[in-house]
Design a protein around this ligand. Structure first.
Ligand code: PMP
Length: 326
């Protein structure tokens, strides 16, 4: 018989799928690393499990303990799956701009959810960074995951996502394009691919309202770059330790409107029902067109599933209210 011992054993081993229509104007082969095939429907299952297992091994997460994280939803889902299988209590602290679907999904898999305001600086006690820290100090036997600075985040992608892409492309990958939030995906995959072939180029997708692009280009953390934005999952108002700026060749910023419109187009033109950061990634990839030649193999990673965005990017009333479609 061929079966997994539990749901966590099905994490990873996701397919690589060619884009056919949306990137037809590019001279190169474009392949999507399709992470929604993970059991929690996002790439984040990989790093969630790695972080939990490394914390267990280090003795900071003990039997009967509570896992606490500030998460936009996908990491919470991955952590919640690990918590269910391994028998921990799970608390997710989430910002109020996240979709209701994400919150409902977290509750469905047994997580408690605390909602915090988005429009306050990270150091404000009401922010989700501060709230998560405070809860982890108040609750006994609690472990604060901190995906932004936790090195197991990047490590998961160095150990699994990166090698999978290298093997699936038979070492022919020349460019890796991906949205950047905590930085774990780009840094782990990017450093693995550059270790195998230093010529591989690594491109980060950023959003307007985030500090990454300017910081990468100038070394300046410019607070004027920070303002509220709609795109979910990518961009930050902090510099997480998991962003390894040294292995990133460049960033491009995608507007909220383009990210939303391309999220719809991926579903309608490729049959790829994906989250908002996938729309941003594919639009960003088109913006990087001048860097790609006919012999290139470009891998773009799609983080999460469209079901979490049915009230927003897949709702035409919402799209019209936002002025994204006529
Ligand atoms: N897209 C989505 C939907 C995400 O949830 C995240 C994680 N915040 C990202 C992209 C960015 O990935 P990473 O945190 O590994 O940079």
């Amino acid at each position: 018989m061929n079966y997994a011992e539990n749901i966590l054993e099905t994490i990873g081993g996701t397919p690589l799928i060619k884009l056919n229509r949306l990137t037809a104007e590019l001279p190169c082969l474009v392949l999507a690393k399709y992470e929604t095939f993970n059991p929690g429907n996002s790439v984040k299952d990989r790093m969630a499990l790695q972080m939990v297992e490394d914390a267990e091994a280090a003795g900071v997460l003990k039997p009967g303990g509570t896992i606490i994280e500030g998460t936009s939803g996908n990491t919470g889902m991955g952590l919640a799956l690990a918590a269910v299988v391994k028998g921990y209590r799970m608390i997710c602290v989430i910002s109020d701009k996240q979709s209701k679907e994400k919150m409902d999904i977290l509750r469905a898999v047994g997580s408690e959810v605390h909602v915090c305001p988005t429009d306050v600086p990270p150091e404000d006690p009401r922010s989700y960074y501060s709230t998560a820290r405070r809860l982890s100090e108040e609750i006994p036997n609690a472990w604060y995951v901190n995906q932004y600075d936790n090195p197991s985040n990047c490590k998961a992608h160095f150990l699994s996502t990166g090698p999978e892409i290298w093997e699936q492309t038979e070492g022919k990958v020349t460019h890796f394009v991906v949205g950047v939030g905590t930085g774990g995906t780009i840094s782990g995959v990017g450093s693995y691919l550059k270790m195998k072939n230093p010529k591989v180029k690594v491109w980060g997708i950023d959003t307007y309202g985030s500090v990454f692009k300017k910081y990468h280009e100038t070394g300046i953390f410019d607070k004027n770059e920070i303002y509220p934005y709609v795109t979910e999952g990518i961009g930050e108002d902090i510099l997480p330790k998991n962003v390894n700026f040294g292995i990133i060749d460049g960033f491009t910023k995608v507007t909220d409107k383009d990210a939303a419109v391309y999220t719809q187009r991926l579903a309608k033109e490729e049959g790829m029902f994906l989250g908002n950061s996938a729309g941003a990634a594919v639009k960003g990839l088109l913006q990087l067109k001048e860097h790609f030649g006919p012999d290139d193999v470009v891998v773009v990673l799609f983080h999460d599933h469209g079901s979490r965005y049915v009230g927003k990017m897949f709702n035409d009333d919402w799209m019209r209210e936002m002025g994204y479609i006529e």
